[in-house]
Design a protein around this ligand. Structure first.
Ligand code: APR
Ligand code: PHB
Length: 397
């Protein structure tokens, strides 16, 4: 027999989207249960991107999640765009009238959120199995799962939030969902290295051998990426090959990439994916469950958290005040932002990567576009506005 319980909101997935939703709902006095099929250790160790828009930083601060972010996050005024052996600074702060970006790894946000939820007595079921969602078109959808000790549970909810990422169970429950997709003919090989970054800001470099990105995690840890073929094997990339390719793609006179011990290495495919509507009955999708962007624009995490702010506002109106208007608008509200970020991410990706078989004509177009972005104030402003976060959403505290 299953243990029967009740929660206002059932949340599938303890990634940044599910955890922040649970935190924001608690601030509205709405209780939730988060059900996650991986262990806490796994969720806290997963290496993902780490660049926060100014609006995301402001939101996290305003809801009591800013302490470690302010102590350890690295605030950046801009980025470098490199091409044709030249490095150009794009000053996002001055172009946007004071907006900025902060480097703070997603994995650290997940740790902060888990700690905050557990300290507040929030319910997170890690290592759950057989997670299912049913009756989403009724007024009492059910989230069921088997907990880590083997006991079966059925949670009767008002609403279920599918925050279970790209491979989750929630998206397939939306009938006649439309899917828009693009796969790119390359992947990113990412490393973490114990090396003090030899750059003050991120460098996005277009090189004839392919794209490279220089990011960081702290004053002593670098995060670097190389464009590689989509089916590349990690075994093909011993550390010395990675460093020499990074040196080649970032080369400018009198400067080099600081090398160190590689502590993590992985390959990520590049994809754009948007699915909608993001709601069916009382099931709402948020984050990677509904959309994926290639990481070149650093939008994935920010988009996931923006969905959740919109959803928390809508669920407060619905569950506290009985007004479903914001919930009815949820999918359209999110998808407008998602498509803006999808375009920006596709544009950054197309401008900076070298597609297999690309000819000299394409190369010249990319270089011309990069020269335009780094010499026209209007073009640089458009980049800066999107990169720092276009039309940030506000949490109705
Ligand atoms: N049952 C329970 N949990 C599940 C299930 C399931 N059937 N399927 C997936 N999950 C969990 C995953 O284990 C993961 O912890 O859902 C969580 C989804 O988290 P993320 O993939 O991190 O997605 P999201 O919270 O939307 O965050 C988006 O992740 O990929 C990056 O760039 C992206 O930064 C963005 C962020
Ligand atoms: C990262 O630090 O992991 C990072 C930063 C910027 C990006 C992508 C990844 O565009």
């Amino acid at each position: 027999m299953a243990v029967i319980s009740r929660a206002q909101v059932g949340i599938v997935g303890a990634g940044p989207a599910g955890l922040l939703l649970s935190h924001l709902l608690a601030l509205h006095g709405i209780e939730s249960v988060v059900v996650e099929n991986k262990s806490r250790e796994y969720c806290e160790a997963r290496q993902r991107a780490g660049l926060l828009e100014a609006g995301t930083v402001e939101l996290l601060r305003s809801v009591g999640l800013g302490e470690r972010l302010d102590a350890e996050g690295l605030e950046h005024d801009g980025i470098y765009l490199q091409f044709d052996g030249e490095r150009h600074h794009v000053n996002i702060r001055s172009l946007t009238g004071g907006r900025w970006v902060t480097v703070y790894a997603q994995t650290e946000i997940v740790k902060d959120l888990i700690a905050a939820r557990l300290a507040a007595g929030g319910a997170i079921e890690f290592s759950a199995s057989d997670v299912t969602v049913r009756d989403v078109t009724s007024s009492r959808p059910v989230l069921s799962y088997v907990d880590s000790s083997g006991a079966a549970h059925e949670v009767s909810c008002d609403v279920i939030a599918g925050c279970d990422g790209f491979h989750g169970i929630s998206r397939p429950l939306i009938p006649e969902i439309s899917v828009y997709e693009r796969t790119y003919p390359y992947a990113w090989l990412g490393i973490l290295a114990d090396a003090a970054p030899s750059t003050d800001e991120l460098i996005y470099s277009r090189h004839e051998s392919g794209f490279a990105l220089y990011s960081m995690r702290s004053p002593s840890v670098s995060r670097l990426y190389l464009q590689v073929p989509p089916d590349e094997k990690l075994e093909e990339w011993p550390d010395d090959r990675i460093w020499s390719e990074l040196q080649r793609r970032f080369a400018v006179d009198g400067w080099s990439v600081a090398e160190g011990t590689v502590t993590d290495k992985s390959i990520t495919p590049m994809r754009s994916f948007v699915a909608g509507p993001m709601r069916h009955g009382r099931l709402f999708l948020a984050g990677d469950a509904a959309h994926i962007v290639p990481p070149t624009g650093a939008k994935g995490l920010n988009l996931a958290l923006s969905d959740v702010i919109v959803l928390a506002n809508a669920l407060r109106a619905a569950l506290v005040s009985g007004s479903w208007e914001l919930a009815d608008a949820y999918s359209d509200t999110c998808l407008r932002r998602v498509w803006r970020a999808t375009h920006f991410s596709w544009w950054m990706t197309s401008m900076l990567h070298v597609a297999p078989g690309a000819d000299a004509f394409e190369s010249q177009l990319q270089l011309s576009q990069l020269r335009y972005v780094t010499s026209s104030r209007a073009q640089a402003t458009a980049l800066a506005e999107n990169y720092a976060g276009y039309q940030p959403v506000r949490f109705d505290a």
